[in-house]
Every structure is written in structure tokens, then in C-alpha cells.
Design a protein. Structure first.
Length: 491
């Protein structure tokens, strides 16, 4: 197979032979072939796109020679037809599985591939072991909605999400995006997802959303997300806190939720109990939709007692349901006999901080604390809106699992509403302009990253149309008038 030969060296005082191995050509060729066969699976795995393209070409050529052009054309037409049916019947699924990936592949080649390595080097996100070895964070994949580019990045050893959040503004400027938000990966903790906002759809006014005849209390379509898709809010089994400055769009949020609950209100699966301490200015237009409606203000007498009565009644209903559910179910299932109760309170601070009577204030705080701590499983949900989210104003703020922060006055209030560090993750609620009411960030316990959304604006005509469409009717077909003004309660 081989022989050892040497080369005689005659220079210098000593003479010696340097050994060398002579291998026959055929055995060298065998060695090269074996090494290539061993490396071939690794090459195929590391380059899936090239491998897939070659295999697809070979299969197409084989099918063309075996089955002929007509059968191939028929199969292609069938695939196109199935794609069209998929796009027509399930447009969101088709967009996520096909359109997003194709556009993401193009954006990866055209935008991110060329600038990625110099950007990581400039922002000091690379790792340099020696002069010749530099490790760069790798782009795993890119998905694009047309509004947002979702760039999945594999972190280097020792890197954390905060390293990228600190340079998010620089990343957005480099890749020509309006904003960049850094989010953790849902399944792989060694990866993060960079959200590059290419085109912001939330700068335009969102019209009222058309809702189907059925209602899903765990996925209410209430707002538009910044990636162009609809945001679905879970209301059954949770409580919602809405915080925002004057004119931030709290009314838009409340009416969007009421509109999403409309089919359930009409069918009797849900009851909305509305409390409006601001004299009924915001919610009075929809009083026919509410099973209980209570309003009050400085010009009325005894309004604090009226609100306390409604809250106590809600606690009694919760206690009765707990007794029925004990040992049978851990989460209430809405029915027409036992509907889902949504307690809507506009300006929650009027009940928790601005009540002057100590006994009534203590009574209201006790009822709200019980509802927030025990009402979720019993099908009693509290939706409260306020302007000041401080603990002094709302002591039981942490009992709201779902929180929405609209435009706020100070940067420190973002952490009070959502969570500590939410602003560093992109929830800059204090920078939302006054010209964009209804824009905010939704934070949910257990999910680190808030979601940026915009709620539709409902004019007086839209509210009137909403009432005419979903107002409950009695057995004779007449609209049910379910108004409970404070004067009647006080009398």
C-alpha cells in the first residue's frame, strides 16, 4: 500500500535522512472519496435551502420523465387551487405560514444579510477570542408581515436580552425601521426575536370592528396590533386594568370591549354592570346594553352608597356561584341562567381614593378586593379605568392580571402599570403623542413583553348603532330598559 522513503541531507557537519511516506495514488483517491462521503451529511444539514432546491429539481425532472407534462401540470394546478382555498378560507393562517416566510426570506437577503456583521461589530455584540476568530450572533430566520420584520437571533454565550434592548434604537436606525423591540423567544431561551417596525399601521384611525354572531370570552377581538393583525383579549378568568392620562383613549377601550361582548349581551350569556362616577357622561349612551347601570358625581347625593350596593350585590352573586361550583368546576362556564358578569368601572379612583366617607370607602375597598381576588373563577370580571396608577390611589393594583397602559404623563408610571422593566422592553407609553388616542401596550402576567395595539374609536353614532344591534329584548320582543340611576337607589 505504501512505502517509507527518505531524502538524504548533505549540508552541515551531519548527514541524515528525513522520512517520508509514499502512498499509492489509488489509495489516496479512496481516502478522499471516504472523507467526502463522511462530510456529505454535514454539508446537507448545514445548507438545507441548497439541498432542498437540488432535491426538488431532481424530483421534478424525474416526475417529468415518468409522468409526462400533463400530469405535472394537473398536480401543479391542484396545489395552486388548494393554496387559493387556504387563502380564501383561512387568510391569517395562510399569511403566517406562506406570505410571512416568503417575504422574510427576501428581507433577509436584501436588508439584513449585508449589514448584520458590521452592525454587530459596531454595537460590540460580537465575541473575539483571538485576532483571527470573531464570533457573530447568528440570524436563525426572518419573518415579515409587511408591517413588522421578526428577526430571530441566536445569542452568543454570555449574552442576555438586555444587551440588545440597550441598543434597540441604534438597531432600528441601522436597518431603516421606525422602532425596534426586543422580545424573548417562546420556546428557545438561547434565542431572542427583534421586532423591526417597518410600517406603523397604528398611526391611522382604526374603525369599529365587525364582530360575528358568536362570542369567545377568551379571545375577544378588540384592537389592531402593530404587525397588522387583530389583537384578541382574554376576559373570562382575568381582570383588566386600564391606565391613561386625560384624552389617552380610555373610552375607546371600554366601548371596544363592550362591542366585542355585544353578541353575548344580546343572547344573555354576559351581563355588563356599568359604574360611571363621572355623572354618566361616558357610559350613559349604552345604558340599554347594561344589566345594571349606576352613575353619580358631585351634583348627586348618595352616589357612593349606590356604588357600594352594586359592588356588594356582585360579591353576593360571586359567593352563590362559589357554593354551586365547589367540588364540580374550577372555572365558571357562562350560561343564560348564570351569565358571565363584567363589572365596568370608569374612573376607578373615584371609588378607591376620592370617597370622603370612611365607612363607605372601607366598604367599597373590601368589596373590590374580594371581587379581584376571588371573582375570576366565579365568572365575575372587573374592568377598571383610571388616570393615576399609584398605590395610594389603587392599593390593590397588583390583583389585575391583565393591564393596559395608554399614554401616561411620566416614564415611571409605565412600570407601575405594566411591570418593572417594561419600558426598557419597548413600552414607552410616556412618548405616545396626544394625536394617537387609543394606542397603548397590553401586559399580561407571565408574559414578559407587552403588546402594542390601538383600539377603535366609537363615535356617538357608532354607539347608537351598537345599542340598536345588541340591546337585549324581553319575551315580547321589546327592548329591555335596564337603567339604575343613582337617584332611584338613593330614594
Amino acid at each position: 500500500m505504501f512505502s517509507i522513503r527518505g531524502t538524504e541531507v548533505k549540508e552541515g557537519p551531519l548527514r541524515f535522512r528525513t522520512p517520508a511516506v509514499a502512498i499509492r495514488l489509488r489509495w489516496w483517491l479512496v481516502w478522499v472519496l471516504v472523507s467526502w462521503l463522511v462530510r456529505l451529511p454535514v454539508v446537507l444539514i448545514r445548507h438545507p435551502r441548497t439541498t432542498g432546491t437540488v432535491l426538488a429539481g431532481l424530483l421534478a425532472w424525474k416526475a417529468w420523465t415518468v409522468y409526462g407534462p400533463w400530469r405535472i401540470a394537473a398536480a401543479a394546478a391542484a396545489v395552486v387551487l388548494l393554496g387559493l382555498v387556504w387563502w380564501w378560507r383561512w387568510p391569517e393562517s395562510f399569511a403566517q405560514r406562506i406570505v410571512w416566510r416568503c417575504r422574510g426570506w427576501w428581507r433577509r437577503l436584501a436588508v439584513y444579510r449585508g449589514l448584520w456583521q458590521p452592525t454587530m461589530t459596531t454595537l460590540k455584540l460580537t465575541a473575539k477570542l483571538t485576532e483571527d476568530s470573531v464570533f457573530v450572533p447568528q440570524i436563525v430566520r426572518v419573518r415579515s408581515t409587511g408591517r413588522v420584520d421578526l428577526v430571530t437571533v441566536r445569542l452568543l454565550p454570555g449574552q442576555v436580552l438586555t444587551d440588545y434592548a440597550e441598543v434597540a434604537e441604534r438597531l432600528a436606525q441601522t436597518f431603516g425601521a421606525t422602532d425596534c423591540r426586543v422580545r424573548s423567544h417562546k420556546r428557545n431561551r438561547r434565542q431572542i426575536v427583534l421586532w423591526f417596525l417597518v410600517d406603523d399601521p397604528l398611526t391611522k384611525l382604526v374603525p369599529p370592528i365587525e364582530h360575528p354572531d358568536s362570542v369567545d370570552f377568551k379571545a375577544l377581538t378588540v384592537a389592531l396590533r402593530e404587525d397588522g393583525l387583530m389583537y384578541r383579549l382574554r376576559l373570562l378568568g382575568t381582570h383588566l386594568l386600564i391606565a391613561g392620562a386625560t384624552g389617552a383613549g380610555k373610552g375607546s377601550v371600554l366601548w371596544s370591549i363592550i362591542a366585542a361582548l355585544g353578541p353575548g349581551i344580546r343572547s344573555g350569556l354576559v351581563q355588563v354592570w356599568a359604574l360611571d362616577p363621572k355623572g354618566g357622561m361616558e357610559l350613559a349612551a349604552g345604558r340599554r346594553l347594561f344589566a345594571k347601570f349606576c352613575y353619580g358625581g358631585d351634583d348627586t347625593v348618595g352616589w357612593e352608597s349606590a356604588f357600594a350596593d352594586v359592588l356588594d350585590e356582585a360579591v353576593e352573586r360571586m359567593r352563590a356561584r362559589q357554593a354551586k361550583m365547589r367540588g364540580f368546576s374550577r372555572l365558571h362556564k357562562p350560561t343564560t341562567e348564570e351569565p358571565f358578569i363584567v363589572l365596568v368601572v370608569d374612573e376607578l379612583a373615584s371609588l378607591t381614593a376620592y370617597v370622603t366617607d370612611r365607612d363607605l370607602k372601607r366598604r367599597i375597598a373590601a368589596a373590590l378586593s374580594l371581587l379581584l381576588s376571588q371573582g375570576r373563577a366565579a365568572g365575575v370580571t372587573v374592568v377598571g379605568a383610571l388616570q393615576d396608577p399609584r398605590k395610594e390611589v389603587l392599593p390593590f393594583r397588583d390583583l389585575f392580571p391583565t393591564r393596559l397602559a395608554l399614554r401616561v404623563a411620566e416614564a415611571a408610571q409605565v412600570g407601575l402599570v405594566l411591570a418593572e422593566g417594561a419600558r426598557a422592553r419597548g413600552a414607552r407609553c410616556d412618548e405616545i403623542p396626544e394625536s394617537l388616542p387609543g394606542v397603548g401596550y397590553v401586559g399580561i402576567d407571565g408574559e414578559a413583553e407587552p403588546v402594542r395595539v390601538r383600539f377603535p374609536f366609537h363615535s356617538d353614532d357608532d354607539v347608537a348603532a351598537l345599542v340598536e344591534r345588541y340591546a337585549p329584548v324581553d319575551a315580547s320582543g321589546n327592548a329591555r330598559e335596564s337603567v339604575r340611576p343613582v337617584e332611584e337607589v338613593a330614594a
